[in-house]
Design a protein around this ligand. Sequence first.
Ligand code: 3PG
Length: 207
Amino acid sequence: MLNPEKLPFTSKIVPVIVITDASYAVDLAWALLAGGVDVMEITLRHPAGLESIQKVAVQVPKMCVAAGTVTTSQECRQAFDQGARLAFSPGVSHDLLHTATTHHLPLIPGVMTPSEVMQCREQGFRLLKFFPAAQAGGIPMLQALHGPFSDTQFCPTGGIHLSNMSSYLQLANVAMVGGSWLTPLPLLIDRQWSEITRLAQEASASI
Ligand code: 3PG
């Protein structure tokens, strides 16, 4: 189970990434590290996701590689088998929580309601993804959740970008934020690594 006080990375920003070709995953990891971002969430939305996780895990040990868009127990096990250090899911299911707790897999389950927070807390999860953050009520909703669930930390994702991330990070129950703005697909496809580094530096400097 992940302890929000002892995370295996230092960045407060988690890039949420769709990689369409595993051959550039390692270069992308180095570009993010150069910008001060030492965690990356590689989603399983594209078939290249699992291979990308494996390449980064083996070739860039300084990068904390996370799997994203993990929606089933099978995907969860596959991601950790490929070397993922943690996994994010967009929502919760009994099977997924059961697999993570039974096999001691560091999963950050996704929630958007108090009932889902309670379901996760019952299983011992204290670090949750708040998704989709903007649509689920954004900052006022996170503030409201802090009352009944003051021991629970969140990673809001969805609608977070450079101009609003600091407001989220100032909340007492926000451990980090996630977003796709650091890694736009056209930049990845064109292998614009210096621009990715610049976006990562810009975000790191804005906290
Ligand atoms: C996610 O997959 O976690 C979100 O879709 C990322 O949301 P964003 O594109 O609004 O940053």
